[in-house]
Design a binder for this molecule. Sequence first.
Ligand code: ADP
Length: 457
Amino acid sequence: MISIKWRLTGLFVVMTGLSLLLFWVGESVRMASDQQKIDYGVIFLAVCLPAGVVYFYTNQLSRRMEKLHFATRRIARGDFEHIQLSDSTDELGQFTTELNSLSRHVEMIVQNGTQEAYKMETILAGMQEGVVAVDHVGRVVLVNAAAERIFERQGMNKELKYLLELTYDSELEHLVRRVLLGQLLSATRETHIAQRTVQSQINPILSGQGQVRGAVIVIHDVTELRRLVQMRTEFVANVSHELRTPLTSIKGFVETLLDGAAADPSLRDRFLKIIQAETLRLQRLIEDLLTLAHFEGRDNRIGVSSGKVSYVQKAYETIKPVILSFAQAKGIIVEVDIPENLPSMLIGENLLSQLLLNLLENAVKFTTEGRVWLHAYVSKEHIHLEFGDTGCGIPEEMLPRIFERFYRVDKARSREQGGTGLGLSIVKHMLEDIGGQISVTSQLGVGTVFTCDLPRA
Ligand code: ADP
């Protein structure tokens, strides 16, 4: 490799030599021919030829440097295309090679960075939790889609500058400030945003030297969790209450019998009958609780894959005596209309019998006169069972709640009839378990109609 310095020096020496040689040849010719006039042509040639050659070479050099100049600007803009220079044996050639390898290196770093950023963005976008990052002065630098959704600020991501504009929560802002100032190692805050409970966990972003560079706030929507905790508490309270009522009654009557009432046969029989009824109620309650626990503990729609099938007519036959005797005792007519050749449905026979029993028993229970009916009809994907009655009906505002555990419209009446308040809840779970559903329409004093849609086998 010959360096530019030596190339230029060599060119200069050669051109000066050439020019002197030309001048000397010119002068020798002039003197030999005894010419008086100076040959300006030779002088012109002696000056212009070297100048032209040097101009040509330096022009080439400057064009290559210009090309490099544009290439470096191109790299700075993020275009990493390979640089081609015709002559690569001098310093510029070497510089070009190094620039090319630097460009490849930077390209790799940029590509890795872009991939990482994309990965991060995808993870953040797919997260259920909201994530907000702020810099050391509390300016928002990152907000994911979940955070926008939780704080109901969809599409405002780009315009956000400060946390308060996103959360409208000055207490949260205050906690973030304290974390940024190092006064708190981390902090948690729970707030309510339009019927939802939101928990924010604030943690500092630390530099390698342990300095606080910013903070990250992870936001969880804990509404469902809180609701479940509340439901569990209520459920335990309800179960305790439901168990305590018959137990208190049994205890009272046993004590009365022990205190001497057993000596009177009519009193003893009456008390023993009450004790028996309360014991049956307890037994039924525990059975219902176990059934409910069984459905709640299973994955949804597991019944579909269990592959059990059954026919309404057959299931009805098993409960018919119970329902008919119950209805007859109250003077209520039972109408059953199940078309022949009705296809089978995706539910085990025992479960179907239990479903029919629960709904027909309710229909009779809450009807004082008139009739109750069970109609079955088929559609493309479902078999529909309609349970109707001409009973007391349910107030409209209570309709959405009757499928809740232990919910009764008239508590005293339900208890009196031996109800546990769990029947509809069990039916609903049972249907959801097999991919079906239940709906209800009712009119006070006119009657109630429950419709169950069960998937065809
Ligand atoms: P229960 O053991 O009290 O019958 P359910 O869960 O079966 O419990 O029913 C919940 C409540 O829904 C009942 O207490 C009753 O108030 C109301 N209900 C259910 N079925 C009927 C119906 N056919 N007519 C009127 N009210 C009904």
